[in-house]
Structures are given as structure tokens and as C-alpha cells.
Design a protein around this ligand. Structure first.
Ligand code: ZN
Length: 454
């Protein structure tokens, strides 16, 4: 009895054992599949005047291996030549430490080589080198693999802006030209990057965007600013919960073939005039576009939300209404980015239409803004006349299909003039937002152009 019991147990053990072996083999196989490191190279040395410890991987890609080996050999020789010249043995030994990390980035692999060298003085020098490659093809890749086509210069603009912001936020001196050069759209300038949960991290080598003493500079670009620049699959933007209702989209088919007018209102929002306009739009089945100032949206937050929820369009008129021609690139981007941030914080949507103050825009500003430039072809000069009748007459005489009318919703005379014009024109025209006009006219917008009418 005892024997057979023992035998039974052994059988069970055998089954368990063979299952374990299968599991182990499977795990080993899956690791083997993932792990692209063929072997590791270790080197340790302790001499009288220096210590050295090097670990680096040999990976399955020969081209990258060659590069890594050359990089590490160069670093080592550089260090040893310093160490050998140093005849006196000092109390603190010189040291070279090379380590590496290997991580996944979506479908790609990242290998970071970290070089720390101490050759005297107070601190270690640190230098990193990153290799990005596709494990399927073995090919090396760079940041452009993660970008939409032709968007590198737009990313470079953002990097330039965020680098200056980094210096300003930390109260450090900086050199705009140096930063511009170090963030220009070359793959060499973007040799260290990393995607986090909510941003793209860029690391600039010492000396790249400022003096060596500034060290390595790491900046983060929030991913909501990367929409349309970084490929969608590498962004995981979750729309923030907000109490603001998504506006109803109008059925544009009922407007097909009709004559269209886009009323646009700059310099707001305001309390009285903007709300008076909003009170009356339904009467004329009208929706309009507001090019708001970032500096005003928090003060008139409720008005902005009301305008948006009704289905009016919110565009940007920059933050402080400065003449963009007079500003540095950084200040131009600050005017634009701060406005988009302020609007997005309230309504949850970043505007993509920009009306530069005074219509002062050019190719360079358009490129920096990465927005669609919307100007006008009917200028009521409402700010000059402040006369509702005159404004109404001007609109009526200049109205034509596809026109963009410029008004300002900080003057009640402008709003009154617009409403009077709508009253008279309502049988001949449909009053639409810029986006509705674009859709109805079947236009594909181009960020390099300015639109005066459609
Ligand atoms: Zn203005």
C-alpha cells in the first residue's frame, strides 16, 4: 500500500515537474525573443591613480554594435590618456564608469550609454548617448519616426520655446541664438528623447543650448501641444473631464448652396456686448467666431463658455494684443501658447485658428504659431465710428458670399450694428462660423496661407 502511494505521488510530482519545465522553457523563450542583448562586456580596472568600470551590451545589430564599440573605445582612450599623463598619485583617484540601460519605447528599443568620468575638479563629467532601433528590422531610427511627415520644424519651434521657458522659469541667463541653433530641426539635436505618460522629454547635451556649465538640459513638451506633430499612436491624450458641454454641431446640409457670411469678433470676450450678441444670435439662426484675447478669458470665463456651448467658434487673438512683428520668436510663441492654454483650461479645446493683432502676420509667424491664419476682407472700422447705423450700412454694402467681417465685441455699437445687419441680410445670407464656412466651401486649409475670405 505504502509503495503504491509513494509511486502515485511520484507520478504527480513528475507531471508537476514536466509542467514546470515547459513553463520555464516558455518563459526563457519569451525572454530570449525580447532580449536583443547577445552578451555583455565587462571591464574593471583598479590602478594606483585611476579606477575604471565599463559595462556595455553587444546587441544583435552589427552596425549599432560597431558604433557603440567605437564610442566606448573613444571614451576609454580619452580617459586613459588623461590618467596616464597624471604622474602624481592624488588622493582622489580618477574614475571612469560606463553603464547602460535598455528600455522599450512603443515598438522600438532604446539603448542609453551613460558615461561618467572624473578627471579632477569637483564633479564627474556626465555624457549620454542613446541609440534607438527597430528590433524587427534591426534598423536604427530617430525622432522623426515618431513624427507626422514634415513636422520636424514645428517640433523644433516647440523645443525652442520650451527651452527658453526652462531658462526663464529657473531664472537663468540664456542666449536665444544659441538655443535656436541647438534646437534647430536636425536629428543630431534630438538624439535623446523619451515619451512619458503625458509629455515628450528632450534632453540636450551640455554645450548644446548653453554653456557647458549649464550641464545637460532636460525639457518636457506636454503632449496636448504635440497633437498633429507627433503621430497619434504615440500620444495618449485623455480629454479632461469638464462641466462644459460639447456644442451641438449644426446640420450644414440645410445651408448648402446658400450665400454665406462669417461675422468675426475680436478683442473680447466682454460682459455686456458679448452677451447681448449671444442673446440675439438664435433669432437669425446665426453662429459667429470670436477671436479672443488670452488675457481676458479668465475674467470673462462664463461668457466664453456660453459662447462656446452655443456652437460659436473660439479662435485666438493672442494673449496681450501685441504687434507680433516687434517680438522675439520666444515672445511670439508665448503670446500664442499662453492663449491656447488659457482657452483649453476653460473649454477643453485648443483653438487652431489665429487672428494676429492688426492682421500682422508673415510666413515666419505662421510657422511659429502652427495655427491657421484667419484675417478678413470686410473691415467695418467699428472701433473708429462706434456708430451702429454706420456699421450696419457698411456690412450691408460690403456683404458678399464667403466674406469675413471684422468687428469687436467690446463695443455695444459694434454688436448692435452686427445685429441690425443680420436682421436685414437674413433672407439672403446664412451666418456661419469660420469652421462651418470652410466645411461648406469644401476648402482644405493650409497653415502657410492667410485667409481673407472663402
Ligand atoms: Zn484686435
Amino acid at each position: 500500500m505504502k509503495r503504491s502511494k509513494k509511486l502515485k505521488l511520484t507520478n504527480t510530482a513528475k507531471t508537476i515537474l514536466s509542467m514546470l519545465i515547459i513553463i520555464i522553457v516558455l518563459i526563457a523563450l519569451s525572454f530570449h525573443h525580447k532580449d536583443k542583448i547577445v552578451e555583455e562586456v565587462h571591464e574593471i580596472k583598479e590602478e594606483d591613480n585611476y579606477t575604471l568600470k565599463i559595462d556595455y551590451p553587444v546587441i544583435s545589430n552589427e552596425d549599432i554594435n560597431e558604433e557603440i564599440t567605437k564610442y566606448i573605445t573613444d571614451k576609454k582612450e580619452e580617459f586613459l590618456s588623461i590618467a596616464e599623463k597624471l604622474e602624481e598619485v592624488t588622493q582622489t583617484k580618477l574614475d571612469l564608469s560606463i553603464t547602460y540601460t535598455q528600455t522599450d519605447m512603443f515598438d522600438y528599443e532604446v539603448l542609453n550609454i551613460n558615461v561618467y568620468s572624473y578627471t579632477g575638479g569637483a564633479h564627474y563629467n556626465q555624457e549620454n548617448k542613446s541609440y534607438y532601433f527597430d528590433p524587427k528590422t534591426g534598423k536604427e531610427i530617430d525622432l522623426t519616426a515618431f513624427l507626422e511627415p514634415d513636422k520636424f520644424s514645428e517640433l523644433a519651434n516647440l523645443a525652442y520655446y520650451n527651452t527658453i521657458k526652462y531658462y526663464e522659469d529657473n531664472d537663468l541667463e540664456y542666449d536665444e541664438a544659441w538655443i535656436k541653433e541647438g534646437t534647430s530641426a536636425t536629428t543630431k539635436n534630438y538624439s535623446h528623447f523619451n515619451f512619458t505618460e503625458d509629455s515628450l522629454e528632450l534632453t540636450f547635451d551640455p554645450y548644446q543650448v548653453g554653456p557647458y556649465s549649464d550641464g545637460e538640459i532636460k525639457i518636457s513638451i506636454p503632449q496636448e501641444k504635440l497633437e498633429g506633430i507627433v503621430k497619434e499612436e504615440y500620444l495618449h491624450i485623455e480629454k479632461k473631464e469638464s462641466n462644459v458641454k460639447t456644442p451641438p454641431k449644426r446640420d450644414l446640409s440645410e445651408f448648402a448652396g446658400k450665400r454665406l457670411l462669417a461675422f468675426t469678433f475680436d478683442d473680447g470676450p466682454s460682459d455686456g456686448p458679448t452677451n447681448k450678441l449671444l442673446d440675439n444670435l438664435d433669432k437669425y439662426n446665426a453662429r459667429v467666431t470670436f477671436f479672443v484675447l488670452g488675457s481676458r478669458v479668465n475674467t470673462y470665463r462664463d461668457t466664453l463658455i456660453r459662447a462656446y456651448e452655443m456652437g460659436n467658434q473660439i479662435g485666438s487673438h493672442t494673449y496681450s494684443h501685441l504687434n507680433l512683428y516687434q517680438l522675439s520668436d520666444y515672445d511670439i510663441m508665448k503670446e500664442i501658447n499662453n492663449t491656447n492654454d488659457a482657452i483649453a483650461n476653460i473649454i477643453g479645446i485648443r483653438p487652431d485658428k489665429l487672428r494676429a493683432p492688426y492682421g500682422n502676420t508673415n510666413d515666419h509667424i505662421k510657422e511659429l504659431s502652427n495655427m491657421y491664419s484667419i484675417l478678413w476682407n470686410v473691415d467695418t472700422e467699428d472701433w473708429r465710428y462706434k456708430d451702429a447705423e454706420k456699421i450696419k450700412e457698411y456690412i450691408i454694402t460690403h456683404a458678399r458670399d464667403g466674406a469675413i467681417i471684422l468687428l469687436h465685441d467690446i463695443y455695444s455699437t459694434s454688436v448692435e450694428g452686427a445685429l441690425l445687419a443680420m436682421e436685414e441680410l437674413q433672407d439672403e445670407y446664412v451666418f456661419v462660423t469660420i469652421d462651418e464656412m470652410v466645411e461648406l466651401k469644401g476648402v482644405t486649409l493650409d497653415k502657410k496661407k492667410s485667409y481673407f475670405n472663402f
